[in-house]
Design a protein. Structure first.
Length: 604
């Protein structure tokens, strides 16, 4: 998804700061990049492809600027070309803009502007912003007024930054798309001067400051050696400065070949952070603050992708405690919204910015529903808009494939369920397993044979994943992880569902990964399903704690420590993450930035 960086007050480092910021935003996924620098004139340089292409274009040019903006584009209107890359300019080149999101009424605005004689040079929706500003400035409005007036004509989602020749600093506005200001050396809210940053996401400038201000929908900012934040009517807004807790090192690869592998290995620490101060083993208590006072009569989960798999798991936890709960794909929620009664609507989202999930939460909130988000991102739109937030505290996740945050989501869902709807008996059974979880994950990381399994099965026609109960969402997640980073065909199924159709696809070229936990009825039924696929010639990889006799029917075994079935889901998933990673790595895929995908999906 697109990324924005802007800065002022960096002197001769302006260009380097912008390019550095763009590189830090690469994890969001993009297909072109560009920068615009304001000096006596505005200079724009942009290129389709990776940031290295932009660097090549910048080589040998001495581009200076007091202020600048940069952008990584993920195509929505028009293919990834130099012309469609941001920044976009007006007819004179004196106004340049970058934009994240989608301007829904852009065609109508473009028709209007073309009728007035404006010439467009790209296919993008964004370019209308520059021409609308030009129109107003030509009519005599100040650049600040022109920016405000322009933004008020836009319908849709946007985070926008603009430069205007002859004007000090940069302008910014947001609606449904995140934008954050960073206060660097010498910058404070009452002062004049110092370094200011603007970005769609903190990692873009985290190397330079940990002091941030989150802009809200409908707010405008002017960064000109000071910071002025106003409403759309121009009234001053007073903003709080927040401190970002994590450091820049956490966004580096720390010697791993890929962020995904680093993040898989960070899971023990991430889980400790999630559990710290929240579970007490002696007394089997769970402390998640006031959230524990919630007493929902039902729970509706809304989420997408990996977070949806976590939602399925969460719904099972709540239902098993006797409270009605259902997981909805966020993009489908509003098509037939379920009755709310006194249900709690829980949006699960790593980023806290996913448009489909936000939209479902807003739909529920609009009907008077109480909303809750379980997220990794402090200050995200969901965190700010929902009635309640539970953080998973996984730390920044850079790889597009969600790994440690899925583990964090499952763990935090246990805390939510145990604290709100479950009994003391259940807490006594689960809290010790939660306390063991970071160590158990570490044991898997230290001993996994996933790499050999990946080597053995790489090149198969299809990969199937099966599980029951809490292991069913993990089977879906195992398949999603493999397909998104390896581009190989993979499907996850409820183990009992295979015989109702998918079994027709099974043969010796379709390895089946089966999750088998414990020695109860679920395990023995899944063993029955393993026998069914084995009889059709499929190789079987069993992910198991060794309590059942599943290993007898397996071609390969991926072991997990004995645990509670709920925490075993986190453990089994680690093995599947490693299998997906090693298959994709052997195939030479772009693991951290898979083709066509983006880390934060801020369009519906
Ligand atoms: C999974 O690896 C993907 N990154 C994707 O499915 C992701 O989980 C989904 O887009 C939702 O993102 P969110 O958790 O930030 O809302």
């Amino acid at each position: 998804m697109c990324g924005i960086i802007g800065c002022i007050g960096r002197g001769s480092d302006t260009l380097d700061t912008l390019v550095h910021g763009l590189e830090k935003l690469e994890y969001r996924g993009y297909d072109s990049a560009g920068v615009g620098l304001l000096d006596t004139e505005i200079v724009v340089c942009k290129a389709a492809g990776e940031i290295s292409e932009l660097r090549k274009k910048l080589e040998g040019q001495s581009i200076a600027g007091r202020a600048g903006i940069g952008h990584t584009r993920w195509s929505t209107h028009g293919p990834p070309t130099d012309a469609n890359a941001h920044p976009h300019s007006d007819c004179t080149g004196e106004v340049v803009v970058v934009h994240n999101g989608i301007i829904e009424n852009y065609q109508e605005l473009r028709d209007e502007l073309e009728a007035k004689g404006h010439t467009f040079t790209s296919d993008t929706d964004t370019e209308v912003v520059a021409h609308l500003m030009e129109e107003r400035i030509t009519e005599g409005e100040s650049p600040e007024r022109a920016f405000r007036g322009t933004v008020q004509r836009l319908e849709g989602s946007y985070a926008i930054a603009a430069l205007v020749e002859g004007e000090e600093g940069l302008f910014a506005a947001r609606n449904d798309s995140p934008l954050v200001v960073g206060l660097g050396d010498g910058a404070d809210l009452d002062g004049d001067g110092g370094q200011f940053f603007l970005a769609s996401d903190v990692p873009a400038f985290r190397d330079f400051t940990d002091r941030v201000i989150y802009l809200e929908d409908g707010e405008f900012a002017r960064l000109d050696g000071g910071l002025k934040v106003t409403t759309s009517e121009g009234e001053l807004v007073s903003k709080a400065v927040h401190t970002v807790e994590w450091d820049a090192e956490e966004t580096g690869k720390s010697g791993y070949d890929h962020f995904m592998l680093k993040e898989i290995h960070e899971q023990p620490r991430a889980l400790r952070q999630c559990l710290r101060g929240r579970v007490e083993e002696q007394t089997a208590t769970v402390d998640i603050g006031d959230i524990a006072d919630l007493n929902p009569s039902g729970v509706q989960f809304v989420a997408c992708g990996t977070s949806y798999h976590a939602a399925m798991y969460g719904a099972q936890l709540i239902r098993n405690a006797g409270v009605p709960a259902q997981a909805f794909l966020a993009s489908e929620y509003a098509t037939a919204p379920p009755p709310l009664q006194d249900d709690l609507v829980v949006g699960i989202s790593q980023s806290g910015e996913t448009a489909d999930t936000l939209s479902a939460l807003r739909e529920a909130s609009g009907r008077g529903g109480e909303t809750f988000t379980l997220t990794n991102t402090v200050g995200s739109t969901m965190d700010r808009e929902c009635d309640h937030t539970l953080f998973i505290y996984s730390g920044p996740e850079i790889g597009v494939a969600a790994t440690k945050t899925f583990a964090g989501q499952l763990t935090a869902l246990n805390l939510l369920s145990l604290a709100t709807v479950e009994s003391g008996r259940q807490r006594r059974a689960v809290v010790p397993a939660l306390r063991e979880l970071p160590g158990d994950v570490q044991r898997i990381l230290d001993s996994s044979s996933a790499e050999e399994v990946a080597e053995y099965y790489e090149g198969s026609r299809s990969y199937f994943f099966i599980g029951r109960g809490y292991q069913y969402p993990v089977a879906l997640e195992g398949a999603l992880k493999l397909k998104e980073i390896s581009y190989e065909h993979a499907e996850g199924f409820a183990a009992g569902e295979l015989k109702h159709g998918p079994l027709a696809l099974v043969d010796e070229d379709t390895p089946v990964f089966a999750m088998v936990v414990g020695d109860g009825e679920e395990a023995s039924k899944t063993v029955g399903n393993i026998k069914e696929v084995e009889a059709r010639g499929a190789p079987v990889v069993v992910v198991t704690d060794g309590q059942s006799d599943a290993e007898r029917y397996a071609d390969h075994v991926l072991e997990i420590p004995e645990s509670h079935p709920r925490t075993a889901a986190v453990l089994g998933n680690v093995q599947l993450q490693l299998v997906a990673y090693h298959i994709a790595n052997r195939l030479g895929r772009s693991i951290d930035k898979p083709r066509n995908l983006a880390k934060s999906v801020t369009v519906e």
